[in-house]
Design a protein around this ligand. Structure first.
Ligand code: SIN
Length: 487
């Protein structure tokens, strides 16, 4: 029998920082579904928020609440901001190198809806890659890749472990505590910026077991994404570009965002995405990100990742404009938990990072709060867990298995259909009729011969649609067109 003190599902910032905070003396297993760097942390560009000093905390809290349409839990936002200074210091003390000036002072950038520059970054625009690599080197515990979790072992209000497919072999692994750090729901949407591994499986398991998913109507769309590639993950152009001066223009060079909000490119992400969507629909014009105001040398040094990626696609940045579209980026909602990551009613189960709904983001996440959230709440969950030191005791039998039915023949077709309907009807602008249409299609797909993994995706998609139907008024990223509100 395989048994651990702690299983961590996911190896992005939340999973790895949780692992870094558990002493080596504990028997810990970190699982990742694919290769470790196929996670959203790896692809993060802009950076990580860190309050500049104690005086900045109230301003950071205010910016987070304003971006979140005040749907956030203020007490949790306060924790996020207050803890940011010590978390950043801890990560730096352990050896992470964020970008600094020649005197060694941290360099801060600004992104939309921040009232000041308070975002630290690494490798220019490769923050996620640097941070992920650093945390992989710091993780003192066993990490196993190609471990696809398809069930949580839950009975009588306790989690006993997981079932997973390990390189095509089903395995059952028990643990005193399971920490879910599996990320969001990107693969549900046709256009998304997420790693291909982020497909809402664990959300779907939770929904199946009656564990609450909360705020699922609040799905965030990033405004500046290059979607004209055949690959599932579309290419992000970090918000830091706009924070440092890039413009969004139509094909005639008009900065039309000021028609929608007087902050223009620096309005919050929900507003910018919706404005681009609405403008394209109204005018049928192409929309671009224009970086031509940057000096090439400065641009190449500050945004090397974007420079190289887009150069391989034939763009000469910063000279060329890049056609953009909003695309799904981040789940503000998720598996309900408290500020220690505790999943209510299930002993031994925690959730951290994008998978979690702590209430910190409200109806729309403030840019670059996500890496910070991953670290802050992972540490809090681990502190709580180590304080309890609970053990599973006698393990019930978990006979039910799905190992030969994870995939079925028709799944690909239905997955494509799901992605399309989620993008078209459960996207940036929604209508009640469209949501009902999506609900019916999802219901219909659930009644076909499908594999377990698709079933789990559909559970999560249902949760998003049901939450969107339940919220009649527009708020943050949830915008209902037929409620007669202005954009
Ligand atoms: C970006 O760099 O624009 C993304 C940052 C984030 O998701 O907050």
């Amino acid at each position: 029998m395989q048994k651990y003190d702690v299983i961590i599902i996911g190896a992005g910032i939340a999973g790895l920082y949780a692992a870094m905070n558990i002493p080596k003396s504990k028997k810990v297993l970190v699982l990742c579904k694919d290769i470790p760097w196929e996670c959203n942390t790896f692809y993060a560009q802009g950076g990580m928020v860190s309050a500049l000093d104690n005086n900045d905390i109230s301003l950071h809290v205010e910016d987070t609440l304003n971006a979140g349409a005040h749907h956030n839990l203020e007490r949790v936002v306060q924790i996020l901001s207050e803890t940011s200074i010590e978390i950043t210091a801890d990560i730096i003390k352990k050896g992470m190198q964020f970008d600094t000036d020649s005197k060694g002072n941290l360099l801060y950038t600004k992104e939309a809806a921040h009232s000041t520059a308070r975002i630290i970054h690494a490798g220019g625009d490769a923050t996620g890659r640097y941070l992920h690599h650093f945390m992989m080197t710091q993780n003192p515990h066993l990490l196993e890749q190609n471990m696809l979790v398809y069930d949580l072992l839950i009975e009588n209000g306790r989690c006993y472990g997981i079932k997973a497919m390990s390189s095509y072999n089903p395995v059952t692994i028990y643990a005193d505590n399971v920490i879910i750090a599996s990320g969001g729901v990107g693969s549900l949407y046709e256009y998304n910026t997420n790693s291909r591994t982020v497909s809402a499986d664990i959300h779907g398991i939770c929904a199946e077991k009656g564990i609450a998913l909360k705020d699922m109507e609040f799905m965030q769309f990033h405004p500046t994404v290059f979607v004209k590639t055949p690959f599932a993950r579309k290419l992000l152009l970090t918000e830091a570009l706009r924070g440092e001066g890039a413009h969004i223009v139509d094909e005639d060079g008009k900065r039309f965002l000021f028609d929608y909000d007087n902050r223009g490119e620096l309005a919050s992400r929900d507003i910018v995405s919706r404005s681009i969507f609405e403008y394209k629909r109204k005018t049928e014009k192409e929309v671009y990100l224009d970086c031509s105001m940057f000096k090439p040398k400065v641009f190449h040094a500050r945004f090397p990742n974007i420079t190289h990626t887009f150069s391989s696609l034939g763009f000469n940045l910063p000279h060329d404009r890049v056609p953009i579209s909003p695309a799904f980026h981040y789940a503000n909602g998720g598996i309900a938990c408290n500020s220690h990551g505790i999943v209510p009613g299930i002993e031994g189960l925690y959730v951290v990072g994008e998978a979690a709904r702590t209430g910190v983001h409200g109806a729309n996440r403030l840019a670059s709060n996500s890496l910070l959230e991953g670290a802050v709440f992972a540490k809090r969950a681990v502190e709580h867990m180590l304080g309890l030191d609970s053990h599973i005791g006698k393990i019930p039998k978990f006979d039910k298995d799905y190992d030969n039915i994870l995939h079925k023949d028709n799944d690909k077709k239905y997955k494509r259909r799901l992605r399309k309907i989620m993008w078209e009807e459960v996207g940036i602008v929604r209508t009640t009729q469209g949501l009902h249409h999506a609900r019916n299609l999802i219901y219909d797909m659930k009644n076909h011969e499908i594999g377990r993994l698709l079933q789990l995706r559909l559970n999560t998609a249902s949760a998003i649609v049901d939450a969107a139907l339940a919220r009649k008024e527009s708020l943050g990223t949830h915008y209902i067109e037929d409620d007669d509100q202005d954009i």
